[in-house]
Design a protein around this ligand. Sequence first.
Ligand SMILES: Nc1ncnc2c1ncn2[C@@H]1O[C@H](COP(=O)(O)OP(=O)(O)OP(=O)(O)O)[C@@H](O)[C@H]1O
Ligand SMILES: [Mg+2]
Length: 500
Amino acid sequence: MSTLALAAIVAPATIVAVLGWVSLRQWEASAELLFREQARDMASMAAEKVEMMLRHSEDAFLERLGAALGETGPDARALDALLGQAPLVGRLYLVDRRGRLAYPPAGPRAEDAVVLARARAEAAPGLWERGGRRELVHEDQAWLVALLRARAGEPLLVVLSRDPEAVRREILETTLGGLESPTILAVLDSHDRPVYSRVPLGDARRLLAVGFREGLPTWRLAVYQRPGFSPRQAVRRQVAVFMAAFVVLLAVILAGIVATWRLMRRETEMARLKSDFVANVSHDLKTPLSVIRMFGETLEMGRVADEGRRREYYRVITRESERLSRLIDNVLDFSRIEGGRRVYDKAQTAVEPLVRDTLDAFAYPLAQQGFKVEVDVAADLPEVVLDADAVGQALANLVDNAIKYAGERRVLRVEARAAEGGLLLAVADQGIGIPPEEQARIFEKFYRVGRSETQGRRGSGVGLALVKHVAEAHGGRVRVESRPGEGSRFTLWLPRAGDA
Ligand SMILES: Nc1ncnc2c1ncn2[C@@H]1O[C@H](COP(=O)(O)OP(=O)(O)OP(=O)(O)O)[C@@H](O)[C@H]1O
Ligand SMILES: [Mg+2]
């Protein structure tokens, strides 16, 4: 059964593990690919956005420039002021159709002379007529060359450079700063030095880079992978989580199987104990009944002439009937307990008579089997709140066991004394004893050590279960100390107030 169940788990588990391993490889590869594609898409999108922003602000500047020129012409002070409000523009030159510098009045910087010459050359074919804009790269610096048609006056060629710091601050930071992604976006200059990155790059790995088409021709937008993150690792992590969940699932299933198996074993054990119980009770009922019947019949036939013998027979009948009643009470009470119907009727009770009465019921078997009986009831015992019948029955069960499992040394010792704010009843014998590993189980219903009938002692196995129930119903407890071959001592402790 269990090997089959195990195979039913191990086989699918292995298959899933192998399949998982195979698909992990493919999964990793495609995740990498997908990730790259997504990163590229994102990079071109971001680049486009940056270009758009830049273009937008440049157009705005050109518009303002056009307006200013329309009002005042190339007036140096007005243009200086305009430039002051446009941080994106690094340097600005205005050239007229004849190639003369209209602004700034101070003339070009020495290093920009070449750029201006190139701009003029660039503008020569067509730009003056058709208008438009050109990008110009000179020594890492990107310039914008655009034709401005002022409403009044002749058209002017605008040559302007962008201020990298302002571009970083005004365009890149605002555009790229808000983008959330598992990757890092960075802008690199022509020497691949990062101009901008949202978080420090550290030792992040560059995945790919796309160029800006216009506006920032020398710069590129690069996508970096965070250190410790890669699609491969992400897949691995996912697989690990999946595997862990799978293992947990397996464990749960396994635990379920084990639990079911144990439950089944318990159930079969219980069924066996119950059938033993029925056989034992029937036998226990039969023995006293046949004794009663035999003696009854003998007496009825009037064959016993001797008065003494007759008395003896009556006593046997009475005694056996008492035994029967005790047995039936036990079984009935047990069934009440099982059905949760047993009620306890507690009242102030004197302990000494209770102990004496219980022992009196065993006077005959004790005497007949030659028991040495020691009774030690403390003199000043207070009254205790208890159900006298139930406690008497519990005590009777302990005494019955002490007689039944006495073995060779027939000694019975019964004690009653005050202890721990309650009443302690102890029944001790010097009989066969109980192995330590069985001591906890003997209080279970139907449980009998080594199926005690092998030792010729019959019993239904509910006696101690009953004792335990009585003890607990009074808020007390029952304990056993025992050594095989030396004897046992059961102690029943009940709180004085009847329940705790
Ligand atoms: N004093 C004792 N000495 C040795 N073994 C004992 C003693 N008392 C109980 N046992 C063991 O504990 C088991 C359970 O006892 P319990 O009184 O519940 O059942 P029982 O005596 O077999 O049947 P019954 O229901 O008729 O009392 C016994 O079968 C016996 O093996
Ligand atoms: Mg018993």
